[in-house]
Write a protein that binds this ligand. Sequence first.
Ligand code: GLN
Length: 452
Amino acid sequence: AYLDRIDAVDGEVNAFLHVATEGALEQARAVDARRAAGEDLGPLAGVPVAHKDVFSTKDMPTTAASRILEGWQPPYDATVTARLRDAGLVILGKTNMDEFAMGSSTENSAYGPTRNPWDLDRVPGGSSGGSSAAVAAFEAPLATGTDTGGSIRQPAAVCGLVGAKPTYGGSSRYGLIAFASSLDTPGPFARNVLDAALLHEAFSGHDPRDSTSVDAPVPRVVEAAKRADIAGMRVGIVRELSGEGYQAGVLERFHEAVELLESLGAKVVEVSCPSFATALPAYYLIAPSECSSNLARFDAMRYGLRVGDDGTRGAEEVMSLTRAEGFGPEVKRRIILGTYALSSGYYDAYYGSAQQVRTLIKRDYDAAFEQVDVLVSPTTPTTAFPIGERADDPMAMYLADLCTIPTNLAGNAALSVPCGLAAEDGLPVGLQVMAPALADDRTYLVGAAVEA
Ligand code: GLN
């Protein structure tokens, strides 16, 4: 049924870069066989999932929506991929994204933009916009994403879905094409909080193959999603994450959601996190710096595209021609920014001070979580914006990540849950719930209470 749905609507939505037309049915039959053999596969066995094209899959191409990896098929599975298979999930295909996960609208894909199923002239968010659009268009019940600076929560919010960014290190980066290694975090998309929790538990947990993986039990998010009881919980509204620059209809739904939490027995207070104002500039130094280092591996020798290798040119020239043709403009912008910020003489002024800001943001969270159990804010300052509106204005595009980035810099857990439609455009609004590291269950608890 999902393959038929993809066939019917994906020409318009463009959520998928690759559909496993034959492979999905084969996987489903294999799950049936495992079940028949008596294997206990857990609650998601046989459920289809759309998989972001940044995760390595040994039976499907993996491009990170870049020309430089066009047609590349990895020789191994990412840990997240392997765990989906172990749990009996059926991988329907690979979803579109901003190239190498750099962007907030999925317009930076080398394979054309994905459209928001709520309004096909608008963006589905990004960078995991193919995943959010696939679930919103009923092309898949579940999807995976990665959140480096909001790329799960923001697309979930603007497509009316639940999306979670687990604690950094709570889900494995092994086999995930790296963007900014100190921030990249795999997480789930679903239509409701319990489904997201089931997927979260299916692929999370310690992985010895990822050096930053946390060796701790997976937070009990499924149990929290079922409990949905927030009586007595202390909820903090982040003063710095609402007000000027936010769409009126977004703020209206946000304040209603806070009133709902209060009516369910939560104790709501206002909390100040003054360093959050500097999160965006710090992120846009740290993420490009790490990207400039990570993307050095695309050297025309190891993977994918190779341009101009006709026997007359040296390796350096082939490398340069390949990178010029293989990378899109946003990726080039980030590599140049990052290389500059890391160069000797500028390192301390840019990268060094951004790292200091990161520490201040972490301290703001630590102080806030002494007073409250969770923090809340709108997930995004506006609803889904029109395709093209911010394409030529990187600064306007970066503002979409205003509310989500502080969590990534601190390595904490957060979740976005739908909280209604904005009055002026009828588009979905998301409530962001933030919790300390390894307290992911609190975000699901509050999310489930809002949803009910
Ligand atoms: N929009 C942010 C960026 O462009 C975040 C991307 C992400 O989380 N992958 O870097």
